[in-house]
Each structure stands twice: as C-alpha cells, then as structure tokens.
Design a binder for this molecule. Structure first.
Ligand code: AMP
Ligand code: TRP
Length: 324
C-alpha cells in the first residue's frame, strides 16, 4: 500500500509564488509517490476575519490553482475542509488532550495574536490542523518550514492519544523541501512572502498581470552595492536569485556568474520575463477550467475524504468511550 500524504492551503488572500515554490510545486511531484490529499482549509481561513463573498471566490480559485499547477484529480483527492465535518469533530476530541501552554507557545499564534480580543480560533488553529492530518493516517506532510512547529504538535498529540488510549493514530513526518522552503517578501526580505502582507508589493500573486509583475520586480528592494551575489549578507538579491533559479531550473552560482557584469537592472528585467513566462500558461489553464468542473471535482473529493475520515473518527470515539 502506498504511504499517505496530506497538505493544505488556506483560501485567504491571493496565492503567490512562495506558495507555489514552497508547497504546490512539490506536491505535484509527490502525488505520484504517495496517496495524496490536498485540502483547501476554509475553516482555518476564518480564524481571521474574511469577507464571505471573497472567501467563496478564493476557495474555488485555490482549487483551480491546484489543478492548473498539475495536481491531478484522477491521482489525488482534492477537497474543501468544511465539506468534511469529521475534521471539526476530530478537532474537539483532540482539544481534550491538548495543553493551552502548548498552543500559546506556537510562533504563528504569537505573531498573529498581538493586541487584545484574541479569538479562541486562532489559539486552537493547530488542533484543527492536527485533526486534518491524523484523520487520514497521514505519513508525510509537505509544508514550508513555518509549519514545522504545527506538525510537531500533531506528532505530540498522536503519541499522547496512543499512549493514553490505544495505538490508533499514525505519527506523521513533515517533508521540507530545502530550496523552495522560504521565499521572502519583495519589499522586505527579512520576512517571508505572505498573502496577508500589508502591501501587494510584498508578493507576486499567481494571478498578477505581466505589467504588475514587471512593476513589482522593478520595485523589489535590493541590497547596497551593485554586484549580484548569492550570499546570506545580501538577503534581497539572494531571494531574487532563488526565485530565478527555482523557476528556471538553474543553479544560483550560474546565475551569479551570468550577471556578474550586467548588474541589477538587467537581472531584474530577465527575472520578470522568467516569472511571466512561468505564470502565463498557468493563468491560461486557470481560465480554461469551468466553475462547474471544479465543483464536481471538489464534491467527489469530499465524498472520498468523508468515507476515510469517518472510519478513523468512529474508532477514536469508541476508544474514548463515546457511544457510536
Ligand atoms: P499559507 O500561505 O501560510 O497558507 O501557506 C500555504 C503553504 O505555502 C504552506 O505549506 C507554507 O509553508 C507555504 N508557504 C507560504 N508562504 C511561503 C513562502 N513565502 N515561501 C515558501 N513557502 C511558503
Ligand atoms: N496551517 C497551514 C498553513 O497555514 C495550512 C494547513 C491546515 C495544513 N491544515 C493542514 C498544512 C494540514 C498541512 C497539513 O500553511
């Protein structure tokens, strides 16, 4: 039997090249080695305020991005989290074995919970993520390094459940792809590119037009000095070289060499062309996918996911002492 893989993206904001390079690109390759589940986690998205109409639109858009990037619905299961109610139910059960101190320690929680009126959903977010993963006997979870802490907590909860009750939950491993793992913001290379960034100059969205891409890359911050060097002391250019290298299947050292005498302007012009020629066909594919087709794929995905998730959920409930 093939090992299981589970991963997910929130339908909040616009997916950007960081999401592609750090996540979806790896999924496309991995789907042939693992029995894969790719979820659109709308219940996670609502832990911060969302506009209902936008949320619906984004949810379908993420599904189209999955498909356009090469996730094959004949090979993998694609579904919307809220259409599989077992996730929320499993979360409640796990919530009874999770310590508040464990949740408060999460970096993402600490980052997002500044100020007063912090919502419980934000604190409990990693328990829902653990439920997503554990319901499917997941072996591997491909994610960016920022999610590592959440996967660790998932492992802790699985172990805790297993030793408290019975060996029912599979302990998953995080799969981190080194190179693509952290694409930084174009306007601030000390922080990761993020769809919730204040300025759209932080990211290149997968749906940006050619003109916008050119403008954003032109305005991307650069380091002091003129040379194109791939080094940790030049975070801005290092990040741009990473994007170039990943999209063009090139080595950073070769890019450095190629632009040694050409300087920033030429490098940025070429980088914009590379990003555009990568995104053009992707955007074309997205436009060619009808809403009805996506909805059908999502319905079939949810149906399959519910069947699998229900088996695990019932086992868990029984062992805890709930009457099933
Ligand atoms: P998020 O955008 O936070 O919902 O993340 C969705 C997936 O994309 C996760 O696997 C993240 O780790 C990954 N991801 C998000 N932002 C980046 C980034 N700037 N660089 C690399 N991977 C990212
Ligand atoms: N928390 C993840 C993120 O923001 C999204 C996510 C939710 C996820 N459930 C998951 C990722 C399960 C992997 C597996 O990126």
């Amino acid at each position: 039997m093939r090992k299981r893989l589970f991963s997910a993206i929130q339908p909040s904001g616009t997916l950007h090249i960081g999401n592609y390079l750090g996540a979806i690109r790896n999924w496309v390759k991995l789907q042939y080695d693992y029995e894969s589940f790719f979820c659109i986690v709308d219940l996670h998205a609502i832990t911060v305020p969302q506009n209902p109409k936008e949320l619906r639109k984004k949810t379908i858009e993420v599904a189209k991005i999955y498909l356009a990037c090469g996730i094959d619905p004949k090979v993998s299961t694609i579904f919307i989290q809220s259409q599989v109610p077992q996730h929320a139910e499993m979360m409640w059960l796990l919530n009874t074995i999770t310590k508040v101190s464990e949740l408060k320690r999460m970096t993402q929680f600490k980052d997002k919970s500044e100020g007063k009126g912090v919502l419980a959903g934000l604190l409990n977010y990693p328990i829902l993520m653990a439920a997503d993963i554990l319901l499917y006997d997941t072996n591997v979870v491909p994610v960016g390094e920022d999610q590592l802490q959440h996967v660790e907590l998932t492992r802790t909860l699985a172990r805790r459940f297993n030793s408290k009750f019975k060996n029912l939950l599979v302990e998953p491993k995080a799969l981190i792809e080194k190179e693509g793992m952290r694409i930084m913001g174009l306007d601030d290379p000390s922080k990761k590119m993020s769809k919730s960034a204040d300025s759209s100059y932080n990211y290149i969205s997968l749906t940006d037009s050619d003109e916008i891409i050119k403008d954003k890359i032109k305005k991307a911050v650069t380091d002091s000095g003129k040379s194109i060097k791939y080094t940790d002391t030049k975070q801005a250019i290092k990040n741009l070289i990473n994007i170039y290298a990943l999209l063009d299947n090139a080595k950073p050292a070769d890019i450095e060499e190629a632009y040694r005498r050409k300087g920033y302007a030429a490098f940025k012009t070429d980088l914009a062309e590379i990003v555009i020629s990568f995104l053009k066909p992707l955007q074309g594919k997205m436009r060619s996918i009808e809403d009805a087709e996506v909805i059908k794929i999502l319905n079939q995905g949810a149906e399959k996911a519910r069947e699998i998730a229900q088996i695990k959920l019932s086992e868990v409930k029984k062992i805890i002492g709930l009457i099933v």
